[in-house]
Every structure is written in C-alpha cells, then in structure tokens.
Design a protein around this ligand. Structure first.
Ligand SMILES: Cc1ncc(COP(=O)(O)O)c(C=O)c1O
Length: 410
C-alpha cells in the first residue's frame, strides 16, 4: 500500500521549548553504562591508542579528548546545554563568572584597543574595566546610557560591554539599540545575562555577539557551585576557548559542571517562582513608608520598564531598595531578617540580601558608586523560591526595625 505523503511532521519540525531544552539538551544516556545523569568524568588526561593516534588528536585531525584543561565530557555536556538555552553555536565553561568575562574580553582585545561599557556593572567587572584593562594598554571608556554610546566610540573601539539588568540597581540597557550601534561601527558586543538568564532574555537572538554568565548564580541556582560560561557563534567560541582554557587555564571542574547541569534542569521553574515572589515583594516595598525607592524593572515607574517589557519575558527575581534612614536603617533591616540570609550572591533557591555599598561594590570609587545609585541606604535582595507569605512576613518585620531610623538619614 502506498503511504500518503502527510507533509512535514509539525512535532519534528518545531524547535523544543526552553523547559525541554533545560532538561534534555546536551545529554543522552551514557553509551557504555546507560546512566541517564551525565557521568562525572574525573580525569585530567585521556589515553590514546598509539603514537600516531596521539599525534592525530593533538593536531586536530582526529576527534577525541586529550586533557581536561582543553575539554572534558562532563563540561562539554554543560556547554552544550548552555549553547542550546542561549541559542548560540557553542559555549565555553569557566571556573567562575569573572573568568568567563576576562577570557571573552582577552580573546578579542589587544593593547591599543578601546572598550566602551554602558551603564552600571557588577563591582568585579567594574574593576576589570577601570584597573586591569588599562594596565594592559587597553583604554576603557564609560557611557552612562545607550544615548551616550555612539559618541564614545572611536576608530580604536573593539568592544562594547553591557550588563542588563545591572547589579545592584537593576538598570535596564536596551540591547537592540546597543547591538545596532555596535553593528554599524563594526565592533563586538558582549552582554552579561546573569540576572535575566535565557529564560527571561536572549541577547544572541537580538544580534549581540557574546553572552557571558556567572553560572554561580541562577544557572547553578543552589549556591553550591562556582562557574562561568560564555556563549557565542563558532569562531568566537574557538577564540574564547583557546584564550581562556588553553592559555589562562580557567577551566571548570567536571564536578562543578555536573552540579551546574543539575541546576539547569529546573532553571525555568525556579525563575518563574522567583519572579512571582519578587513581584509581590516589590509591590509591598513600594508602598512602605520606610522605603524611599524601589529598583525593580517590573514597576511602572522604573525608568527601564518599557525597554524591559520589550526585551524581557518577565522582570526577574532580584530587586534593590533604598531605605529612608541611610546606613543605620540598612544595617538594622539586614540584621533583623530571620528567613532571608545575609550573603552577597544572587540567584539561589534561598532568598539572600546584602548591603552593596559595603560589600559587592565597596571597591568601586565612592563618587562612581553614588552616581550609579549605590547609596548607603541601598539593600539588594535576591528573592528565592520560598512561600511568599513567609518572605513577606520576614521583610515586613525587618522594615518595622528599619523604620526607627526613617527620620535619621545618614
Ligand atoms: C552580574 C554579574 N556578573 C559577573 C559576576 C562574577 O561572577 P563570579 O562570582 O561567578 O566570578 C557576578 C558576581 O556577583 C555578577 O553579579
């Protein structure tokens, strides 16, 4: 009997959703054992059969692993999952977010080049821009907003660097506008997508060249692994791998790769829960007399709200807020928290809060810090996946303590 041509099978031709990719991309049952969870291949080097096989692998003429600083199967599975989630040709995993950022920049910058950063950056990245790059003969220029970017680009500019939402004041940078200016100028655009994650924003789809992450945050999601990752198109991936892994040696351990793989499987679920909770906490803070202002892109009065609505699916699980009463109010609020833990990381299942001016951003020049909104009364909160009623109760009782300082602005 002749089979009737049914045309393309829609189930085969549509691309999988993000939750499916988070679970399945980059992994299949292990060929030798059938293990479903990606095995942790804890080895520093890989045997080859004979002299000629070694030569062929080292020259790149034959495929296969050689040495875990270059590539490792567990790490490769994590890289493949990240590439699928961000929509890149490939990914390179690192031992930390800072290693991912430095390796990406050093893959494309040389002495005599210039880099422009837009808006506020994580304190460590700010340090790369202001201290490390200038020491190596790379001029670092700052554009406070996208509107200032074009004027900061010179014939020597090679890279534009952005982070959105920014740490800690949740500033939003218009990625499409940055990409369009970078493309016209023929320069490489790099975006730190740590706060948004591929669940909320996909910079590569907007034309950005390289996405970097601190995988220590939402990617791992449980506060038990440190890592970083850069995702890009093929030729940039190769350049980043050869600079960051082969030369700097900032490779991710296979044990941490396995933790990050496991974390990624629930990333879309965790992000939804954090966004739900953060939206409610932002509303509660916004209406509280002890709070001067709330930085959360989901609030209509946030200056980046319209752009965030365009380029983010939801507004994220991190917010910051300025307490009336400055430093004494911030100290008393943080010390009064019982469920929320004081710690400097973000993106964990557990809610965390910190005082950026004296911790994450303490190394940033005071004038720059104040100018970018990192005031003494600012508290940053990474909202976890706990029950919202318990989180609200903890925040509200801590606000009562902070209210004692409302009239005593420092
Ligand atoms: C937005 C952002 N990028 C990069 C980093 C650096 O990541 P890591 O601590 O994994 O080196 C951090 C750390 O807090 C961050 O918040």
């Amino acid at each position: 009997m002749m089979m009737k041509d049914k045309g393309p099978d829609p189930a085969r031709h549509r691309s999988p959703g993000l939750r499916t990719l988070a679970v399945h991309a980059g992994q299949k049952p292990d060929a030798s054992t059938g293990a479903i969870a990606t095995p942790i291949v804890a080895t520093s080097s890989f045997a080859y059969d004979d002299f000629d096989a070694g030569v062929a692998r080292f020259s790149g003429k034959a495929p296969g692993y050689l040495y875990s600083r270059f590539a490792n199967p567990t790490v490769a599975a994590f890289e493949a999952k990240m590439a699928a989630l961000e929509g890149g040709d490939g990914a390179v995993a690192f031992s930390s977010g800072m290693a991912a950022i430095c390796s990406s920049l050093f893959a494309v910058l040389s002495a005599g080049d210039e880099i422009v950063s837009v808006g506020t950056l994580y304190g460590g990245t700010e340090g790369i821009m202001r201290n490390l790059l200038p020491r190596l003969g790379i001029r670092s220029v700052h554009a406070p907003t996208v509107d200032d970017l074009q004027a900061r680009i010179s014939a020597r500019t090679k890279v534009v660097y952005v982070e959105t939402p920014t740490n800690p004041v949740l500033g939003i940078t218009d990625l499409a506008a940055v990409e369009s200016i970078a493309r016209n100028a023929g320069i490489i655009s790099v975006a730190d997508n740590t706060f948004a994650t591929p669940c909320l924003s996909r910079p590569l789809a907007l034309g950005v060249d390289i996405v970097v992450h601190s995988a220590t945050k939402y990617i791992g999601g449980h506060g038990d692994a440190t890592g970083g990752v850069a995702i890009a198109r093929a030729e940039l991936v190769e350049a980043i791998r050869s600079t960051g892994m082969k030369q700097f040696g900032a490779c991710l351990s296979p044990h941490d790769a396995a933790m990050l793989m496991r974390g990624l499987k629930t990333l879309p679920l965790r992000i939804e829960a954090s966004c739900d909770n953060a939206e409610e906490i932002a509303e509660a803070l916004n209406n509280h007399p002890a709070v001067e202002r709330v930085h959360y892109p989901g609030l209509a009065r946030h200056p980046g709200h319209a752009v965030a609505q365009r380029q983010m699916r939801r507004f994220g699980g991190i917010l910051s807020f300025e307490l009336r009463g400055g430093l004494p109010a911030a100290r008393s609020f943080l010390d009064a928290l019982t469920l929320v833990t004081q710690a400097v990381s973000v993106g964990d299942t557990d809610s965390l809060a910190c005082h950026p001016a004296s911790t994450t951003h303490s190394a940033v020049d005071e004038a720059v810090r104040r100018q970018s909104g990192v005031t003494d009364g600012l508290v940053r909160m990474s909202v976890g996946i706990e029950d919202i009623a318990d989180l609200l109760a903890d925040v509200e009782q801590a606000l009562v303590k902070a209210s004692l300082y409302s009239g005593a602005r420092s």
